[in-house]
Write a protein that binds this ligand. Sequence first.
Ligand SMILES: [Zn+2]
Length: 301
Amino acid sequence: MRNIIILFSLVIFFVIYHKGHQQIRNDLSKPPAEREVYYRIGTIDPRFNLSESEARSLVLEAAKVWEEPLGHQFFFYHPKAAFTINFIYDQRQQTTNERQQAERVLNDNQGRNQSATDNFQQKQSELTDEYRRHNDELAALNERISQHQQMVALINARGGATPMERQSMQMESDQLDRDVAEFNQKGTNLDVEQVNLRHQGEVIQTQVDDYNQKAKDYNQKFVGHPFEAGLYKGDAINIYEYGDKDELRLILAHELGHSLGLKHSRDPHALMYPTMGEQDLANFKLTQADIDLLYGRANPY
Ligand SMILES: [Zn+2]
């Protein structure tokens, strides 16, 4: 009798166990607009620093990119879904980290160059004003010298200066000499400032060239960033890399599009465009091109 009871409970256990492993499979034969995709979160590499609940809410948000504008639910979370969404850490995430580091350096450089350029232009315009004032001073000084010379000529024509006139003319002449010396000194100072400023301009130019080279390297290395950041492979979506949550949401939405059976779009603003770049990551709105793909009205790319 005891043996029978044990056998009986084993059978129940087997039934529960077996039921526990029944998986929900997605019907891939349906057209995209009619497809229901059941998914669950598979593995998340801890290096992504992403919890399962964060991943789930991001997938929900990604699903809404499709579902909200169309007023239709395509994606269903189910703990027994055969279809999984996985976060797999490899060289690609490493590349993304490098890209972010390069972006920080570029932004820092750009900010520095901008303030250096602003400062340079400010100084240049001040120096131009000073040169203008200096030229005005030259004209005033020449006028005073010429008046002085006319006075000297007048006095000489009159037969010479009285002692008082001589003293006064001498004082005027000494003052003119001091003013000319001061004027020349000012001119020399301005020339030195100009040389310094020109040197400063060359330094800024070097920094700008350096920035441009870095930007060129960055573009060659990172721009046209393919959506290979994620991969749809029939029974799973694998996410390999993302910059931030906005990017991840869009990558997920793109791969969810593939899970509906969609191919790529030619429209660079579309979610289903093969690369990221033109799309508005933070406030993405599904494009007409995406909707046309969904309803089979567009030729896939
Ligand atoms: Zn794709």
